[in-house]
Design a binder for this molecule. Structure first.
Ligand SMILES: [Zn+2]
Ligand SMILES: [Zn+2]
Length: 555
């Protein structure tokens, strides 16, 4: 009996020592409160595949010392977002994560959309921009190919340099095993040991910011459920770890210069405006808490903060980094992605006012990760004029008409069994145009669609684009498709609304529908041009009409 008690005590003692040995160090406590509001973004609630209600998640955020949370349930934009509200003194902002066929897009500040967002990332980014909202590339570095971001040339506004979901997917099972062992005793610090510095993502970001502003954010991607299958689809929670509170204590984003007054609408607008401008930095709170940094530029009497554009000109710009970083930390100033200078806790640097992009990382001694995750990442200061709108390709110098007036020559209808479609000639003051009426019916499994088919003719290979004037009764996204004799199709989706305008579809912008024998559209083999309404951007059971005129090829 006594012997058994002694063995039991020894086993307990050994286990306690083993746990102590394996435990990651707790977050270093810091003084000096950050200037701004701290919160978390990219959070799933019970409305999609999360496990908490907005109120429960807000309470968890309050316990973690956060002032705001941005909820991003999976959706297509047709759900009316909940108005901003305070719960547990935490501002709750409702946003959205859209699953595209080639990545996931977080939309901030997006009102209810007139049709479901979906399809390709480039179209979702365009739809979000049209609504004057902000698009963020979600978990761009995911190990899962279907979750990874590939659309780096689309004009998205921000990206998640850090995403907890991506970070946990790329871990070796041995590292994950240790986290499961230490998690009950030191949860946030344990999750923190899974973080690395995502070098390839940061290199991409540095390359992009030389051309345009791209806001770096950190996505908690909090679900508070253990994902055993890893396919990011809604399902019942298996186990509610890591909890929202633990995720919120692992890392957060701070919108600098923002002060909440208690009015949810006004505070949410100020927060989203700051995020859009890049007045936001990330802190890995599991390492040291609460982290604070100020990265500013000044010249003469004028000053700017991270995210801002400093007009180039004569004389030097004084860059300043101040932080409450613990001793032993290293402040790293990057210029166009290369290390420009380093300092301890603070840094001062005079740089010429010639075009360049500067940003700051603060690294702590003994940070986890390989390479070690930075404790703080700021947004850049851009020394250049504000970004100009991207240059459009020039107008065509040659055109050939395909439809001007009268009946469309050889135009016809194709549709799924339970959809309806009709093609009419409508009179206008100057002639006629084609009126297309459609109703998409049937279940999603039937892939319902209505299409208007124009024979491609023999002239297409001599041109590089399709042009037409289009107008719709209500906003709609049409899929313009090019079909070969073999049935293989390529597509480019276009937006139409109540205002008639010229739409241009470049042939080299068309991408394969499903699997095709080659990636590029073989112009010489196109038999039909289709104007398709399908369930990518249309709810089954809906209908409408649109008008098409002056169809041409151009080059
Ligand atoms: Zn996602
Ligand atoms: Zn997500």
């Amino acid at each position: 009996m006594k012997r058994r008690a002694i063995i039991g005590a020894v086993v307990c003692a050994v286990a306690a020592i083993a746990i102590r040995q394996a435990l990651p160090p707790p977050a270093q406590p810091l003084t000096a409160a950050p200037t701004g509001v701290r919160g978390a973004m990219h959070i799933h609630t019970r409305r999609s595949d999360g496990s908490g209600t907005p109120e429960q998640i807000a309470a968890a955020a309050a316990r973690a010392g956060l002032q705001f949370i941005i909820l991003t349930d999976h959706g297509d934009g047709t759900r009316m977002p909940a108005p901003p509200a305070y719960h547990s003194n935490v501002l709750v902002v409702d946003a959205l994560e859209v699953s595209a066929e080639d990545g996931h897009v977080v939309a901030l500040g997006l009102p209810q959309t007139p049709y479901p967002l979906g399809g390709e990332v480039r179209d979702i980014v365009e739809d979000i921009a049209r609504a004057a909202a902000m698009s963020v590339a979600a978990h761009p570095g995911s190990m899962k190919p279907q979750l990874r971001w590939t659309e780096w040339s689309s004009p998205f506004d921000g990206f998640e340099w850090l995403n907890a979901d991506s970070e946990s997917r790329d871990e070796h099972w041995r590292r994950l095993g240790r986290v499961l062992f230490t998690y009950p005793f030191s949860p946030s610090a344990s999750i923190g040991t899974l973080l690395d510095r995502p070098d390839p993502l940061l290199r991409r970001w540095d390359a992009l910011t030389v051309r345009r502003r791209v806001v770096a954010l950190a996505g908690a991607d909090a679900h508070a459920r253990l994902d055993v299958t890893g396919d990011d689809r809604p399902r019942r929670a298996v186990l509610n770890v890591p909890s929202y509170e633990v995720m919120f204590k692992t890392f957060s984003v701070t919108a600098s210069g923002v002060r909440f007054g208690g009015n949810a609408d006004g505070d949410a607008a100020a927060l989203l405006d700051a995020i859009r401008r890049g007045h936001v930095y990330t802190t890995v709170d599991a390492l040291a808490w609460p982290g604070s940094v100020s990265f500013t530029a000044s010249r003469g009497g004028a000053s700017w903060q991270a995210g801002d554009f400093v007009p180039p000109g004569e004389g030097d710009i004084e860059l300043r980094v101040d932080s409450n970083a613990p001793s032993g930390s290293r402040v790293v100033l990057f210029r166009n992605g290369a290390v420009e200078a380093t300092g301890a806790q603070t840094l001062r640097r005079a740089v010429p006012a010639s075009p360049a992009v500067y940003r700051v990382e603060i690294q702590l001694a003994d940070a986890p990760g390989n390479p070690p995750v930075p404790w703080i990442v700021t947004n850049p200061i851009y020394v250049r004029s504000e970004d100009a709108k991207p240059a459009l390709r020039g107008g065509p110098s040659a055109r050939v008409p395909l439809y001007q007036d009268g009946e469309g020559n050889g135009w016809r209808i194709e549709k799924s069994p339970r959809s309806k479609a009709a093609l009419d000639v409508a009179r206008t003051t100057t002639g006629t145009q084609l009126l297309m009426r459609w109703a998409v019916g049937g279940t999603r499994s039937e892939s319902p669609y209505a299409a208007f088919v124009m024979p491609a003719g023999t002239l297409l290979p001599a041109y590089d684009r399709l042009l037409f004037t289009g107008r719709a009764e209500q906003p709609v996204r049409l899929s313009v498709q090019f079909r070969l004799e073999t049935g293989e199709r390529w597509r480019r989706s276009v937006y139409l609304d109540e205002t008639a305008r010229e739409v241009v579809v470049f042939f080299d912008d068309a991408r394969p529908v499903g699997t095709t024998s080659q990636r590029r559209l073989p112009l010489g083999q196109v038999r039909d041009v289709l104007f398709v309404v399908d369930t990518v951007n249309t709810k089954p059971g809906s209908g409408g009409q649109f008008w098409i005129d002056d169809v041409q090829y151009g080059r």
